[in-house]
Design a protein around this ligand. Sequence first.
Ligand code: PXP
Length: 246
Amino acid sequence: MSLRYQRLYVNIDHVATVRQARRSQEPDPVAAATLCEQAGADGITAHLREDRRHIQDDDIHRLAAAVTTLLNLECAITDDMLTLAETLRPAQVTLVPERREEITTEGGLDVIRHEAAVRDAVTRLKRLGIRTSLFIDPDASAVTVSHAVGAEAIELHTGAYAHAPRDPATLRALREAAALGASLGLAVHAGHGLSVNNVGPVAAIPEIEELNIGHAIVGRAIFVGLDAAVREVRAAMDEAREADLF
Ligand code: PXP
């Protein structure tokens, strides 16, 4: 049985991180998005953070116009962000938690505690036909509540796996959450901390149809260029899925 094609969305935030280090024009995340698409990315992901540490509002508007694949806007559940999403109408919105002091998105959305707010946000976005994904920890209750609030997709946080890839529990949690999500009819995505070196076991999880990968690709691009960095990850994903042929 051949596993279904798995989409690669490239997160270009850290191209903007380098630019913002000098508050200048270069490197431009929009130009980077085009290169990623030419290298085979199925979509582009960008996170407009409340503190605007990397992607700026102007970037998001330019990305919405320039992306020829699909734009996945990552944002927190705030009225400002939801209004922006309603204006831009990206193909997909991934709702993420956000704390100003964190270095990166450290945990999944607490969909249980914030169920009402998450439901309202999903309803607002769905009304406009925007595919809505919830970034959650690989936890059965979070998956069940994501389904209950009407999300079309979940993105499983792979951070615990990326920190301890040799701990079988981290991969098992992803496998179980992916299987549960798919059994409920949710589309299952995954991401955070993935790279050529650790993506294989996650790419091989049959229910996962989309991976979001950013930091490792942008970091690797410094050495080999963006085109090669995207193709390396794509090849590692394909290899892992093909190895699962039986
Ligand atoms: N998915 C989500 C929801 C994220 O917040 C991030 C980080 O911005 C990623 C995927 C990509 O993580 P990384 O940059 O570690 O590949």
